[in-house]
Ligand binder design. Structure first.
Ligand code: BEZ
Ligand code: FE
Length: 307
């Protein structure tokens, strides 16, 4: 008797051999002292074996997969994390975020963290400029941080980071520049404001194995234009998110890491050259942009199902 495994018919005897192996490997984790480790390894083994059997993985394909992972390991160093990129382009990062940040009332939605956050960013303060000389169109960003009851959250730490108009984060340059990043704290009434750059689309690093994978499947490495935020406050769930630019054509084409959410798409209103700025900053007659982002933080003790 034969059965279909994926696209190929497999004899009953062969099916039993394959299943026995899966069960043998699953059983090998029975003695794990940590229950969660056991659960993860057992489930991972079942899914991995099911995949191999379903697609009838060839030995050549298996070797190519090992070579791919080896190349990802070889290119990875302090400033380049190829495995995060792989997780991002496979949607695994966004799926993990979805599982762990279920919607809570009107709390602001989360999205992908990405590899370019750096600890100890400069403190720019309210009204400060995170661009620090990076090229791009100046953008005034303002908003409030509130809780889900609508009360202001003072002293929320707001970390922001972004690429310059050439599509690069500071850490992608070989010098030691610190640009396009900084932090500030919300005021007593929850308000915040700062200068940054109007976001532009840029490709995720695609000169390594993940880039080769995208090219092989005809996928673009380009991300929709965005500005990163991480907002933390006492007794609140830390929010990792971005805002996206309404009207950015890349929103239609698609974001290479599946990070776009409609609620995070904001109007970046273009201001013609010479328009007075909110804080009187002299922009030497260049055009600028402004955007409003009102942030709602969920309480810290919300569980993974948003309750
Ligand atoms: C980013 O937005 O910075 C990013 C996210 C995922 C992969 C690469 C970059
Ligand atoms: Fe980014």
């Amino acid at each position: 008797m034969t059965r279909t495994e994926g696209s190929r018919a497999v004899s009953e005897a062969q099916r039993r051999i394959e299943e026995r192996l899966t069960e043998e490997v699953v059983a090998s984790f029975a003695g794990a002292p940590d229950r969660r480790t056991r659960e993860l390894m057992e489930s991972f083994t079942r899914h991995l074996h099911a995949f191999i059997r379903e697609v009838r993985l060839t030995e050549d394909e298996w070797k190519r997969a090992i070579d791919f992972l080896t190349a990802a390991g070889n290119i990875t160093e302090e400033k380049r994390q190829e495995f995060i990129l792989l997780s991002d382009v496979l949607g695994a990062s966004m799926q993990t975020i979805a599982v762990n940040n279920e919607a809570y009332r009107d709390a602001t939605e989360s999205t992908v963290f990405g590899p370019f956050f750096v600890e100890d960013s400069p403190m720019v303060g309210n009204g400060g400029d995170i661009a620090a000389g990076a090229p791009g169109t100046p953008c005034w960003v303002e908003g409030t941080v509130c809780d889900t009851a609508g009360d202001p959250v003072p002293q929320a730490r707001i970390e922001v980071w972004e690429a310059d108009e050439n599509g690069f984060y500071d850490v992608q340059y070989s010098d030691e520049r610190v640009t396009g990043r900084g932090h500030l704290f919300s005021e007593i009434d929850g308000t915040f404001r700062f200068w940054g750059l109007t976001p532009t689309p840029y490709p995720i690093p695609h000169d390594g194995p993940v880039g080769e994978l995208l090219a092989a499947v005809n996928r673009s490495p380009v991300r929709a234009s965005h500005l990163h935020f991480m907002v933390s406050a006492e007794n609140k769930r830390t929010l990792v998110t971005h805002i996206f630019v309404e009207g950015d054509p890349q929103l239609e084409v698609g974001d290479s890491v599946f990070g776009v959410k409609e609620s995070l798409t904001k109007r970046f209103a273009e201001q013609p050259a010479g328009t007075p700025t909110p804080d009187g900053r002299d922009l030497d007659g260049s055009p600028w942009c402004k955007v409003r982002f009102d942030i709602v933080l969920a309480p810290a003790q919300v569980d993974s199902r948003g309750r």
